[in-house]
Design a protein around this ligand. Structure first.
Ligand code: 5RP
Length: 256
């Protein structure tokens, strides 16, 4: 990955401390500069991608963008895009997309990603895997030295059937890394009992936490995907073509 640009322009004076959400918005707006009229776009999910979708809607409304079609990566983004009047389609009708813009939970030095803490990893991986260009937008807190390095969750989407069995097998795969596997729950409780978080595809998410570096990511990816019961995992390896990072000192753009 090559560092292409560091720009301090368009940011507030350095003395002004920007919030994390302002940094996300700066990265998102920068990414939307890559969008051209007539493009078919993968629309990401999460608080950073939300700014990009808003901006695309605004530019369409102002007539500065024309004939753009969006392919949303979640039901939530679908609703947002609909409310903004962005024409929508899907992978069946548009199997090749021009560009996707989405956030990430972790970005390593090779532009590998962890995604899915918002729960949309499967549709994100399908849509973003079908794009000629995939622009990732993050604030600098998402940069990690290695995947799993934030100490936060690496999500795996699993079928609900015997999820405990699948979670145990996932944990066992990474025993040497001190892996803990936890079912993601939602805020709803029934009879005071926490309920599983259910994805847009009707599946559950098992979040993996690692105490140590998991090593070769391709091997880790293959071993997770080999487990029956696993639908997809949140490692997006070698998929991003551009990463836009907004930090207190400016915007950095890295291209593959
Ligand atoms: C959702 C995702 C999001 O892109 C990721 O969680 C980043 O979210 P945010 O922009 O809110 O920090 O992968 O499944």
């Amino acid at each position: 990955a090559e560092k292409m640009e560091t720009s301090l322009a368009s940011l507030s004076p350095p003395s002004v401390i920007l919030t994390q959400d302002e940094l996300k918005k700066i990265a998102a707006y920068k990414a939307v500069e890559f969008v051209e009229s007539g493009m078919v776009l993968g629309l990401g999910t999460g608080s950073t991608a939300c700014h990009a979708v808003d901006r695309i809607g605004e530019l369409l409304r102002q007539g500065k963008l024309k004939n753009v079609i969006g392919v949303p990566t979640s039901k939530k983004t679908h609703e947002q895009a609909l409310s903004l009047g962005i024409p929508l389609s899907d992978l069946d009708s548009h199997p090749v997309l021009d560009l996707a813009i989405d956030g990430a939970d972790e970005v390593d030095t090779e532009m590998n990603l962890v995604k899915g803490r918002g729960g949309s990893l499967l549709r994100e991986k399908m849509v973003e895997g079908a794009c000629k260009k995939f622009v990732v937008i993050v604030d600098e807190s998402k940069l990690v030295p290695y995947i799993g390095g934030s100490g936060l969750a690496m999500p795996v989407e699993v079928v609900p059937f015997c999820w405990k069995f699948t979670a145990k097998r996932l944990k066992d795969l990474f025993e040497d890394c001190g892996c803990v596997a936890k079912l993601r729950t939602c805020c709803e409780k029934i009879n005071k009992k926490e309920q599983p978080f259910v994805t847009d595809n009707g599946n559950y998410i098992v979040d993996l936490y690692f105490k140590k570096d998991i090593g070769d990511l391709k091997i880790a990816s293959d071993s997770i995907l080999r487990l029956a019961g696993v639908v997809e995992h949140g490692m997006f390896l070698d998929m991003a073509t551009t990463v836009i990072v907004a930090g207190e000192l400016g915007v950095t753009i890295k291209n593959k």
